[in-house]
Ligand binder design. Structure first.
Ligand code: 1YM
Length: 636
């Protein structure tokens, strides 16, 4: 219960002249921000009254002239009784003297940010005209001021039902060079206030734009969080947000957050309902507490990934968070006074968030797993793109070279527009390709064993596979959110596997990997499949190469004369091909055939890749890429 307010409780220090002389000291400046500050001050008094349990509705009207505002509430009404010592009414003291404040018991928070209850008098001092109407004890009262000075006595208008305070004011044009209130700014601030003060009903009538808004958010911060995620077009990682509302050492701490797939971090912070755009101790405490909780969870459940260290930034990537604290004596810092500086808040917030979040993770295991996977992914993407950017200057920096996979035989030229990467199945085929290639422009990366089937796997799982991680590193363009085509180290990425069904399977797995995790390579027409020959056909002194049975038969039909000596060799694999032959048939841009991997129907491709997953690989191969015998040779 709030202590009953009487006029005796007001401490008077001085008149309003100092405010008119140096407005900047009280409202930050006389520009647009200072002008709107006047509205916030009066609104804050109404919100205080509501938050202390005496009012349910706050209303604001931006009048048609765009230069005057009315703020009202249905609270107790500003006291109108006479101050025994000063022989003035409470309302007059509140509006016409500086540092006059009400009496607050420990249970109440004053939301006023830094002005500590002097808001009403500051607004009055800086208004050419201000009219306050109070309904209280069965009557309506009215008092008028000009430039902060009373215009006659407190007037008893007449009997009235209900209670409340309404203040109309017009800022002083001799103080503010430009008086033009922004309906959008007021609306936004009021809407946010309705999120920060759950259950508060806020009404805004913008007479300039002829619009009316009613804000009431039952879900409080959680509703605000949903709005931030929706407005930012962010994809969430887990179903339910984490939220907390706790009293610590006399401060109220309210927090809501959720992880998204976004690569940035978004934290909105407030102190006593006032935005702290430059953060401060409460934000620091939130970050520290959240990071510690997640790290603890990862350690306790032995989820630490191999080969990558999780930084605090990894943990916070994609986080969308709101922290709202109510503090008895906020200290603000910084140029624009929008950073909270109360040192005790950091510890209070940290120690409120950490155990609560840890407990939440433990009782929401699905969400916890999704969050941890997201964080590991952030770490892997960070390391992959760091490696990639280190490689960018592969010709100039030796240290950059060292981070490339050891088995990559890179090309010598640093001209990316001419360079190609062959991804080759198996070490022996890799050996032939390495010897047979044009080492100036062609790089070779041999892959060992079967490639991981990535269909249906999350990026973090995919990157745990060493072969794939090496491939991503060699490409240099990063993966997932960190993908950047401009950092791709090669003009063409060419898959080279045996012409048999095993080879097709491997090609299919690699296309699946690219399709799901590096789709930009396909979209930008940078992925190709090489067509190595399956047959060598010697007819007399001439040698021909055929990629499949149909090509073989065509050559035999067209080239073989009756009686000519025909010798057909079927290659077992690329590995047994002489390097020179491999160059002639498969690598040499002048004579080879390449198939470009294209997606003609994205939805259909998605369906097929999905459907055929784990089924006959060569069938899938036929679906995904154009068939060799249908494809036009590419002039690349
Ligand atoms: C449109 C702005 O100022 N409402 C309002 C203000 C006050 C009270 C009620 C009030 C407070 C108390 C007792 C108390 C006051 N504020 C101050 C000061 N609306 C608006 N509604 N009875 C009524 O705090 O004990 C003094 S009274 F000075 F803090 F601003």
């Amino acid at each position: 219960m709030a202590t009953k307010y009487t006029a005796e409780d007001i401490t008077v220090l001085e008149g309003l002249e100092p405010v008119r002389k140096r407005p900047g000291m009280y409202i930050g400046g006389v520009g647009s921000a200072g002008l709107h500050h006047l509205v916030w001050e009066i609104v804050d008094n109404s919100i205080d009254e509501a938050m202390n349990g005496h009012a349910s509705d706050v209303s604001v009207i931006l009048h048609k002239d765009g230069q005057s505002v009315t703020v009202g509430d249905n609270g107790r009404g500003i006291p109108v009784d006479m101050h025994p010592k000063h022989k003035k009414t409470a309302i007059e003291l509140i509006f016409s003297t500086l540092h006059a404040g009400g009496k607050f018991d420990g249970e109440n928070y004053k939301t006023a940010g830094g002005l500590h209850g002097v808001g009403a008098s500051v607004v009055n001092a800086l208004s050419s005209k201000l009219v306050v109407r109070v309904k209280r004890d069965g009557f309506e009262w009215k008092m008028e001021f000009r430039g902060g000075k009373t215009q006659g006595k407190l007037e008893k208008v007449g009997p009235a039902r209900g209670t409340g305070t309404h203040i109309w004011f017009r800022p002083d044009p001799t103080i503010f060079p430009k008086i033009e209130f922004s309906g959008d700014q007021i609306r936004e601030r009021l809407e946010i206030a309705s999120y920060l003060h759950r259950g508060l009903k806020v009404h805004f009538h913008d007479e300039v734009h002829n619009t009316k808004h009613d804000f009431f958010q039952e879900g409080g911060l959680n509703d605000y969080l949903s709005r931030l995620i929706k407005d930012g077009n962010k994809t969430t990682i887990h179903e339910q947000p984490f939220s907390l509302s706790k009293e610590v050492d006399g401060s109220r701490i309210e927090v809501a957050f959720r992880w998204t797939e976004a690569t940035d971090e978004l934290v909105k912070s407030y102190v006593n309902g006032i935005p702290t755009g430059s953060g401060g101790t409460h934000e620091n405490g939130l970050r520290a507490g959240a990071v510690k909780a997640v790290r603890n969870y990862i350690e306790t459940h032995e989820l630490t990934p191999r080969g990558v260290t999780l930084t605090a930034e990894d943990v916070r990537e994609g986080l969308v968070a709101i922290i709202s604290v109510f503090v008895a004596e906020p200290q603000f810092q910084g140029q624009t006074k929008d950073r909270l500086n109360n040192p005790e808040l950091q510890g209070s917030v940290d120690s409120a968030v950490r155990p609560a979040l840890e407990q939440w993770l433990n009782s929401n295991r699905t969400a916890a797993e999704q969050i941890v996977a997201r964080i590991v992914l952030a770490a892997r993407a960070r390391e992959a793109s760091r490696a990639a950017s280190a490689q960018i200057s592969r010709k100039t920096a030796t240290s950059g070279r060292l981070t490339l996979p050891g088995k990559l035989s890179d090309c010598l030229s640093s001209d990316r527009s001419r360079s190609e990467l062959f991804i080759v199945e198996g070490d022996s085929a890799g050996g032939s390709a390495k010897q047979g290639r044009d080492r100036n422009t062609q790089a070779v990366l041999p892959l060992r064993g079967k490639v991981l089937n990535t269909e249906g796997l999350g990026l973090s799982k995919v990157l745990e596979n060493k072969e794939i991680a090496d491939l991503v590193t060699a490409l240099g363009c990063g993966v997932g959110q960190g993908f950047d085509l401009s950092r791709l180290r090669y003009e063409r990425v060419i898959l080279l596997a045996d012409a048999d069904s095993d080879g097709h399977h491997i090609t299919t797995l690699l296309i699946t990997l690219v399709y799901r995790h590096l789709p930009e390579l396909i979209k930008n027409r940078r992925l190709f499949v090489a067509v190595p020959p399956l047959y060598r056909i010697d007819i007399g002194k001439e040698t021909y190469w055929a990629g499949d049975d149909a090509a073989r038969d065509k050559i035999l039909k067209e080239k073989a004369r009756p009686g000519s000596k025909v010798d057909i060799t079927r290659f077992k694999g690329l590995g047994e091909m002489m390097p020179k032959v491999l160059w002639e048939t498969t690598l040499n841009p002048k004579t080879r055939r390449l198939l470009r991997v294209e997606i003609q129907d994205a939805l259909e491709t998605d369906r097929v890749v999905n459907e055929l997953m784990g089924k006959d690989a060569s069938a899938r191969f036929r679906f995904i890429m154009e068939r060799a015998d249908q494809a036009e040779p590419l002039d690349v």
